[in-house]
Design a binder for this molecule. Sequence first.
Ligand SMILES: Nc1ncnc2c1ncn2[C@@H]1O[C@H](COP(=O)(O)OP(=O)(O)OP(=O)(O)O)[C@@H](O)[C@H]1O
Ligand SMILES: [Mg+2]
Length: 405
Amino acid sequence: MRTIAIYNTKGGVGKTTTAVNLSYLAAHSGLRILLWDLDPQAASTFAFRIRPHVSGFAKRSLENGDALRAAIKQTDYDNLCLLPADFAYHKLDRWLSSLGNPGRLLTSLLAKIGPDFDIVILDCPAGFSRLTEAILAAADAIVAPTIPNLLSLRMLALLVGQAERSRSRSSLVAVFNMVDRRKALHRRACELAVAQAEIFLPVEIPYASAVEQIAARRMPTPVFAPHAPAARAFAEIWAELETRLSRDGDTRAEPQWASVRRGLETLIERLDSTERPLSVPDIASAANDDAGVDVVHRFDSERRDLEHCGYALELRERAGGEFIVVARSDAEGRAEARIDRSWTIQILAGVLSPLEALERRIGPPPPDAVEHIRAALNGQRLRRVRTCQPETPASVGADAGALGL
Ligand SMILES: Nc1ncnc2c1ncn2[C@@H]1O[C@H](COP(=O)(O)OP(=O)(O)OP(=O)(O)O)[C@@H](O)[C@H]1O
Ligand SMILES: [Mg+2]
């Protein structure tokens, strides 16, 4: 039994779509497939017309696997079973934390639910969590659907970084999804990916209504639109994966993560330079009109993860008041809030996180930009990395106290 996780820390990139279509195609080729919908949103469970419920699912189910094994359902298609999502999967992360080693736990669960199948495919929820750790430890292969833009690629780079740090033995391939060849950025990303064949499968999934309709029709694309270009793309992806899985056999050598990361960074740099008007150095001016700003304090993790993701998190002091601003160079993700002097002092003294201050001021739900920053930080501490005056960009002070998030 092999495990393929369809995973990317970025939301809405096509994980469920890919999981549904690849599960169907793999089963259609004669393999016995189990699709495990790990996302409490239950999108792939709905796509296969199954009720999202695991009877008796509780913390102990993660230790003995009984409730999960009993919940496996046959779908409308030969060779294809589904382990449904359950609303209680919301607690999965907390339970994984409290039960010890998440990787070992998921590996032993898969051994319990998987023996009747050739392949278990995991439809994973977005985000960095203990489940990330578990997936990186337990999956034989990770397929990462990725939109050909800078934010998606940067999120993919974070995942690769995490795989490298955890010395994951999973292989990872990315596949571009929602490709719109009318967009110069998409064309350029696909061209650049050719040089990174180690990471990117040589197939693109186009932006297509035949993919979008999965939710409405509640069936995989190849069933209702077998000749659509998107269905053909998924068939090519499955053929490529099958070849790679049989080539790799049962050996799980540690992938060359450092070289994968460098390849990805090169691609991102080149794409970023194509998009220079939208790139990181412009964030300060995009983040706000510098007029009237006396001092700007920038915060980042020690590894500068926010900068790598194209985000800036700043405390901007001006005569009329102080502001926390989160901005991305292309203004796609931006949030700001005014804070009072006492919070400014606490932030600069290192006792209040600027991100927490921003969240408290804005109130729930947190804006996308804040969620992206949390994902990029992945629990790391924020520290003040630069203090300068907009007119004199040279650094005045650096590395003031670290802030726990
Ligand atoms: N190639 C495509 N063409 C058109 N629409 C697409 C394509 N791929 C995905 N979509 C649509 O984009 C949305 C997000 O896709 P999907 O649910 O598969 O992403 P996801 O990564 O699983 O999201 P989440 O992180 O919320 O689980 C859905 O509405 C889906 O129909
Ligand atoms: Mg999904």
